[in-house]
Design a protein around this ligand. Structure first.
Ligand SMILES: Nc1nc2c(c(=O)[nH]1)N[C@H]1C(S)=C(S)[C@@H](COP(=O)(O)O)O[C@H]1N2
Ligand SMILES: [Mo]
Length: 323
């Protein structure tokens, strides 16, 4: 896909309207668990339904671990979006071997008392690595459940002592032509950039990931350091970060810059706000051994299932305007 031709889900992946509405009615009336509703209405060609809690899908009260079936390591490392290595889903696994994740330096700048250039090891020390099992939903309409390792973003950022002027945090991906063949094509205005509001960045769910499936991050997943922000569409989870800036103004972000009518700054997962070219009400969950085309179609939850944790950050905001 490129920015002028973002794919629509093929019709075979779209839940028939009637089936979907009936599921919603059953769930709304509390007459059936989501599992029963899915099982009862699923077409014969669908894979077995996955149980999805109607709200928070996590085991622990902090939201750090969903109890849903994991996406396989193979799918997580061969079905990727990392446009610096090509726009096909299989391209990053094929092409990212040229990325050199070590040694790695991170520049920290802007509205903070401590700024400078830090080797990755110093930058992360002394934070304890934690495991988080998170849902991640791509704006294209598929989702995964993955076991990450990382450190809480807020803990790392606090050490740089952001000043009272710091309202946002901007992140930048490496942009080196000799390591990233995709930079030859002007798919986006490189380097890839993303940003969060300060309170979003400080939220305990925001993770700076360093590992996946118990191993260091594979290059195609954003080695050696990437963001994972589970209540936002996947593109906010920027990979291979080389620069972090504390800013007073809302920073420019790559997808918003390229298609402002389609991708807002916030990009919170929201089944009630459709992408201008397709619905965001449901998603294909790539989990277990289900193949990708017939992966289970499940309802998308507000804030990707993390509403009880993060909805208060947006109290009083019109989420149709601030999409
Ligand atoms: N630098 C960079 N970061 C990126 C992207 C990208 O193209 N370049 N793609 C984003 C998108 S659209 C998604 S869905 C996730 C995919 O992460 P994964 O491949 O580890 O599943 O990475 C995000 N981070
Ligand atoms: Mo995505």
């Amino acid at each position: 896909m490129n920015r002028h031709d973002y794919p629509r889900p093929p019709p075979s992946e779209i839940t028939p309207e009637g089936v979907y509405r009936r599921r919603r009615e059953l769930m709304g009336l509390g007459l059936a668990s989501p599992l029963l509703a899915l099982a009862g209405c699923a077409g014969a060609e669908d894979a077995p339904a996955v149980a999805v809690p109607a709200s928070a899908p996590t085991d622990t009260p902090d939201g750090f671990r969903t109890r849903e079936p994991l996406t396989t390591e193979r799918d997580a490392t061969t079905y990727n979006n990392f446009y610096e290595f090509g726009t096909g889903k299989a391209d990053p696994a094929k092409n990212a071997q040229t990325l050199r994740p070590s040694p790695w330096m991170v520049v920290v700048g802007g509205e903070a008392e401590v700024t400078g250039v830090f080797p990755l090891e110093d930058f992360l020390r002394p934070h304890a690595v934690q495991e988080r099992i998170y849902r991640l939903r791509c704006v294209e309409g598929w989702s995964m459940v993955l076991p990450w390792e990382g450190v809480p973003l807020g803990e790392v950022l606090a050490r740089f002592r952001p000043t009272s002027k710091a309202k946002y945090v901007a992140f930048t991906t490496l942009a080196e032509r000799d390591q990233m063949p995709g930079l030859r094509w002007p798919v986006l205005d490189w380097p890839y950039r993303e940003g969060l509001r300060m309170d979003e960045a400080m939220h305990p769910l925001s993770l700076l990931a360093t590992g996946l499936y118990g191993k260091p991050l594979p290059n195609q997943n954003g080695a050696p350091l990437r963001l994972v922000v589970p209540w936002k569409y996947g593109f906010k989870s920027i990979k291979s970060i080389v620069r972090i800036d504390f800013t007073e103004r809302m920073p420019v972000t790559s997808w918003n810059q390229s298609q402002p009518s389609e991708y807002g700054f916030y990009s919170n997962v929201n089944p009630a706000v459709d992408h201008p070219r397709w619905s965001q009400a449901s998603e294909r969950r790539i989990a277990g051994d289900g193949n990708r085309v017939f992966a289970n179609r499940i309802p998308t939850l507000p804030f990707n299932g993390y509403a009880e944790h993060v909805a208060p950050l947006y109290a009083g905001m019109d989420l149709r305007k601030w999409f």
